[in-house]
Design a protein around this ligand. Structure first.
Ligand code: ARG
Length: 412
């Protein structure tokens, strides 16, 4: 039988897919589980995959690669989709697509499969990634092609002698990895309804968080985190540590309405303590080390970067171009940021950088001022020149009119 590599989570959808691809589509299924952190099915993937009829189950630890080559570059870029979503799910997909293609080559498979539905972004990210990396591979999406309700999936598996205690269906659709947890569906579909406490798993509510703050110092080099509280750690350790600490202090909850690529608006609840803390600190370090022009353009580029990640264009020339720009901006973004975590907030309270552009001697109102205040007069004379000329030539006779811009309610 032809071989197929399936992206296997160990959940009901992809377990059913193993059986369906084998019986209905005639494939030898190699179930590929990629550990990007936090998956609750992780311990059972091997036994479940084999029970469902996979010819082989392969487990790859993708955690370090995920953080180093996907999450941290997105952090350095400041990529946050629609000013809210740090892109956890979206960043993991291109890694999964890449490994699916690699394993397909190693195993001599002619097809790959994933468990995405036809309504979301993930199908796009998988499909575009795979077809870019190897256009000869056939892509099968069992859930999209043959959506089966949960009861039927369980029945289908039982009919074929696979009896797994699936337990109660959770109230939400969950996806999690080290960079964040996402919850959607169920009561969350009512955008007026406050998320129930069960929607959150990684973070305490602000009320339940300790009143005492915690402080953390994050060391960055060229925009990438390298130390926590002065201690060098692996990328994964740093993220795990901040998820834990931030979660205890109620940091990292996000509730927003998001625009999917396929045109649907959806209500998403995210928890991403580490991502939020890292982004907050990184922004503060850039404020110290980038010029105002660099900050302004980079903000625009960050949005573009977030969109290309969200929209499944990781493996693209556009990404290569933007990544080169971002890397260039990060040459001097090195230093340490101190953050206070308290009752749902992550606040930057201290910053230092060797190549800081902040010059206390220029900023100070105390002794030691090196700024020449008398030079300001000439500067203002030139800076205000156009405005003065325009006022004299065009506006002077109608000053009350001009003032309406500033105070339109005056005579409304
Ligand atoms: N909306 C997010 C995205 O497209 C997360 C989707 C995660 N899936 C889920 N079943 N919760 O990246």
């Amino acid at each position: 039988m032809p071989k197929l590599v399936l992206a296997y989570s160990g959940g009901l959808d992809t377990t059913t897919a193993i059986k369906w691809l084998t019986l209905e589509q005639g494939y030898d299924v190699i179930a590929l589980n990629i550990d990007v952190g936090k998956s609750r099915e992780q311990p059972v993937v091997e036994s479940r995959g084999m029970a469902a009829g996979a010819v082989k189950v392969r487990v790859i630890d993708g955690k370090e690669d995920f953080i180093r080559y996907f999450a941290f570059p997105a952090l350095a870029a400041g990529a946050v989709y629609q000013d809210a979503y740090p892109l956890a799910t979206a960043l993991a997909r291109p890694l999964l697509a890449k490994l699916l293609v690699d394993v397909a080559h190693e195993e001599g498979a002619t097809a790959v499969a994933h468990g995405c539905t036809g309504k979301g972004n993930d199908q796009v990210r998988f499909d575009v990634g795979i077809m870019t990396l190897d256009p000869s591979l056939k892509i099968v999406a069992p859930t999209r092609e043959n959506a089966m309700a949960r009861e039927y999936q369980i029945e289908y598996l039982q009919k074929h002698g696979i009896d797994i205690p699936w337990g109660q269906k959770g109230p939400f659709s969950i996806d999690e990895n080290l960079w964040g947890r996402s919850a959607e569906a169920g009561v969350l579909e009512d955008p007026w309804q406050e998320p129930p406490a069960e929607a959150y798993e990684w973070t305490r509510s602000a009320e339940d968080a300790p009143a005492e703050p915690a402080y953390v110092e994050i060391g960055y080099e060229h925009g990438m985190p390298i130390t926590l509280n002065g201690e060098a750690m692996s990328a994964v350790e740093m993220v795990e540590h901040l998820n834990e600490l931030g979660g205890v202090h109620g940091v990292g909850r996000i509730d927003h309405i998001e625009d999917r690529l396929v045109g649907i608006k959806s209500r998403e609840i995210y928890e991403a303590p580490a991502a939020i803390i890292f982004h907050t600190a990184h922004r503060a370090l850039e404020a110290m080390t980038l010029s105002k022009q660099q900050i302004k353009l980079k903000k625009y580029i960050a949005q573009e970067y977030a969109e290309l990640i969200y929209n499944g264009l990781w493996f693209s020339a556009h990404h290569q171009d933007i990544a080169a720009y971002v890397a260039s901006t990060q040459r001097h973004v090195s230093g340490t940021i101190r953050v206070r975590l308290q009752r749902g907030t992550a606040t930057v309270v201290g910053r230092q950088a060797k190549e800081s552009l902040y010059d206390r001697a220029l900023a100070t109102y105390d002794r030691g001022d090196t700024y020449d205040q008398s030079a300001a007069v000439g500067f203002i004379n030139i800076w205000g020149l156009q405005t003065r000329v325009q006022a004299r030539q065009q506006l002077l006779g109608q000053l009350p009119e001009a003032l309406k811009i500033a105070m339109p309610r005056e005579d409304a």
